[in-house]
Structures are given as structure tokens and as C-alpha cells.
Ligand binder design. Structure first.
Ligand code: FAD
Ligand code: SF4
Length: 329
């Protein structure tokens, strides 16, 4: 591991100032992503800024929004009674992620910024446009079973590996960032960037930005929500495919509003808006859910190794929507 200087800061302003003063610095929260990558030599900060003393771990509830602090631990959010009642999809996504020990350390801000599990990115040897811009992409000709089929580019086909972010995308959450001039709020679509020709640019963050919170609005739509993750083993494993969904029903039993987000299949937490358009206003039925799942993968680009993900994800979508619709027809 490259030697580094350790700073501990006690305010967001100090964290921002330290990031701006040291262009290679990185903040550390739970450390469960950053330390692995530092040990592998993939991340090489010369200064590590510990933000764990910042007062950003609270979950604040008001009628308009629930604000989850960026330093709230994944396990604390999952155990919170309001979160469990208002956003079941989020609690289920946490339960399906990593392990108990990791969830006790991992923070909400760090979880948003976890890096891809693409082995060519993490081995620090292969050609990887994300790690070394312009060097090429060994995954394209290599083994790509875990890679993305949606949102890919010639430069990169790596998946965003997270579970929490898929649930938050389905919940229309906002990422709250402190930068010069005050707080800035990003939708998920605005926060995560498709790889296109610059896969190293993963988010809308700029130097000095500190994530301070995630905001979610409580609503009947979000209360009826669910997360389904399919993986090679039942725990401590990243998603092959996952689906987070919310459904709200009108008095006549039709779907009033829907939200569908996908994980394991795309380069960013993926909102399946074509599928949502098909669901909204329609009567719930297995055939409808299958058509919506087909619509979600219209633009999919597969490799010989990951083509199975398309059918697997479609079945996950049908299952999660069917479960949400149970008892309504
Ligand atoms: C073995 C293993 C299995 C895992 N399995 C899963 C899984 O199944 N599903 C899943 O979703 N995740 C999984 N993870 C990933 C895990 O969820 C993340 O490592 C964790 O959420 C990162 O949070 P952290 O607080 O530890 O981040 P850190 O490692 O502290 O930070 C991660 C990145 O975010 C930056 N950062 C952190 N906080 C802020 C902030 N407030 N503002 C600006 N930048 C910030 C850091 O500088 C760093 O670049 C797994 C990880 C491991 C090691
Ligand atoms: S898929 Fe992306 S992260 Fe993986 S090797 Fe290619 S450029 Fe790097």
C-alpha cells in the first residue's frame, strides 16, 4: 500500500477544505471499499481524510421527507422502524447486501460510491479504461459473466454492483451534496453517469464535494415496495440480477403508479422507465408484467458470457411485480 497521511476532520467545511488542498486526497467513511482498493494499489490517495466524526449519522423524519445522513451505517438504517414501514424495498436491499459485519461498518455515502467489482479493474494489471483512462478494456474480450447488458459503451461494460442504490433509484431518492455555495440535490439519474467514452467519471461529484445525506419522500407508492436479488449463493455475494419495485393501485384495481429499478445488469443503478410506462394505468396481470420486463431489456447488449442475465432479470421483474400485486385482483 502506498504510504499516506491521515487527517481526522470534525466539520464538513474542514473535510471540503482538506479535499481541495490535497488533490489526491480521499475521504474515508466505513473504509470497506476504499481500504481494499488501497491495498490492491487501485486507489492511491496520499492523504486520507477520516469523516467519521462529522455529525452525519442521523435519520431525520418529517412529513415531507426522510433524510438519512451520509454516515448512517447500513445496519442502522435497515433496523430503523420508520425506514422499515415507509421503504420496505430499502430494508430488503440492505439485508441482501454484503455481510452483517460489513453492514455494521458501511455507510450510506460510501455505499453510493462503491466501485465496480469488475476483476480487470481490481487486479491493477489488466487494461482498464476506468482505472487508466484510454488503456483499453480487457473485459470486452475476456470473461464477462458478471458484466452489464444495459448502459454499456465501447469503453466499459462494468456493472454498478450495489443493492442500496437500486432501491433508492426505485424510491426516487435524492443525493444531497455539500459544495461551494451550499447544498446541491441530485436525482439518481443526475448523480450517476453512464460510462460512454469516460468511464472513470462515475458521478456528478466534483473535487471538494462531500455527500451529506440521502432524501426520500414517504408515500403510499413507496410503502408498497419490494427488492429481489438473485445471486450465485444465498449470502455475501453480489447480484447477478436484482429488481427493486414500487406499485400503487387505483380504486378500480389498475396500477396507478409504478417504479422499477434494476441492479446487476447495468453500468449504473438502472430505472426501467419503458417498463414503468407500460405498467402505469394497466390492470395487473402476469402477461403485463412479462411485457414490461421485455420492454426493460429492448436495448440490451450482451456478451456470450452474460446473455443469460436478460432472461433471469425478466423473471425477477415478473416475480417482484407479481408479489407486489398479490391480493389486488
Ligand atoms: C466482501 C464484500 C462484499 C460486499 N457485498 C456487497 C453486496 O452484496 N451488495 C452491496 O451493495 N455492496 C456490497 N459490498 C460493498 C459495500 O456495500 C461497500 O463497500 C460499502 O457500502 C462502502 O461504504 P463505506 O462507508 O465502507 O465506504 P468507504 O470505503 O469509506 O468509501 C467508499 C468511497 O466513497 C467515498 N466516500 C465515502 N463517504 C463519502 C462522503 N460522505 N462524501 C464523499 N465521498 C465519500 C470514499 O472516498 C471512497 O472513495 C461488499 C463489500 C465487500 C468488501
Ligand atoms: S469493463 Fe470497465 S472496469 Fe472492467 S476492464 Fe473494462 S473498462 Fe475496466
Amino acid at each position: 500500500m502506498q504510504p499516506f497521511t491521515y487527517h481526522s476532520v470534525d466539520s464538513v467545511a474542514h473535510a471540503r477544505a482538506a479535499l481541495l488542498e490535497h488533490p489526491q486526497a480521499q475521504v474515508i467513511a466505513g473504509g470497506t471499499t476504499l481500504l481494499d482498493l488501497m491495498k490492491a494499489g487501485v486507489e492511491r490517495p496520499d492523504v486520507v481524510i477520516d469523516i467519521n466524526r462529522l455529525p452525519l449519522a442521523a435519520i431525520e423524519v418529517s412529513p415531507e421527507r426522510v433524510r438519512i445522513g451520509a454516515l448512517a451505517r447500513n445496519s442502522d438504517v435497515a433496523d430503523d422502524a420508520t425506514i422499515a414501514r415507509e421503504f420496505p424495498v430499502l430494508v430488503q436491499a440492505f439485508a441482501a447486501g454484503a455481510s452483517g459485519q460489513l453492514r455494521n461498518m458501511a455507510t450510506v455515502g460510501g455505499n453510493l460510491l462503491q466501485r465496480t467489482r469488475c476483476p480487470y479493474f481490481r487486479d491493477n494489471i489488466s487494461r482498464c479504461n476506468k482505472r487508466v483512462p484510454g488503456s483499453g478494456c480487457d473485459a470486452r474480450e475476456g470473461y464477462s459473466r458478471m458484466h452489464a447488458v444495459l448502459g454499456t459503451s465501447d469503453a466499459c461494460i462494468a456493472t454498478h454492483p450495489g443493492d442500496m442504490a437500486v432501491a433508492l433509484a426505485a424510491l426516487d431518492a435524492h443525493v444531497v451534496v455539500m459544495r461551494e455555495g451550499g447544498e446541491v440535490r441530485f436525482t439518481f439519474d443526475g448523480f450517476y453517469r453512464l460510462p460512454e467514452s469516460t468511464p472513470e467519471d462515475e458521478t456528478a461529484l466534483v473535487r471538494g464535494d462531500v455527500i451529506v445525506a440521502v432524501d426520500i419522500a414517504p408515500s403510499p407508492l413507496h410503502r408498497r415496495s419490494r427488492y429481489l436479488k438473485l445471486r450465485d449463493r444465498a449470502s455475501y455475494e453480489f447480484a447477478l440480477v436484482s429488481a427493486g419495485a414500487c406499485l400503487d393501485f387505483a380504486d378500480d384495481g389498475t396500477i396507478a403508479r409504478s417504479r422499477l429499478a434494476l441492479g446487476g445488469v447495468a453500468t449504473v443503478p438502472w430505472r426501467a422507465r419503458d417498463a414503468e410506462r407500460m405498467l402505469d394505468g394497466a390492470a395487473p396481470a402476469i402477461e403485463l408484467f412479462r411485457r414490461a420486463a421485455d420492454a426493460a431489456f429492448t436495448g440490451a447488449e450482451t456478451t456470450p458470457h452474460n446473455a443469460f442475465k436478460v432472461e433471469l432479470a425478466k423473471r425477477a421483474i415478473v416475480r417482484v411485480l407479481s408479489t407486489l400485486a398479490e391480493g389486488t385482483s
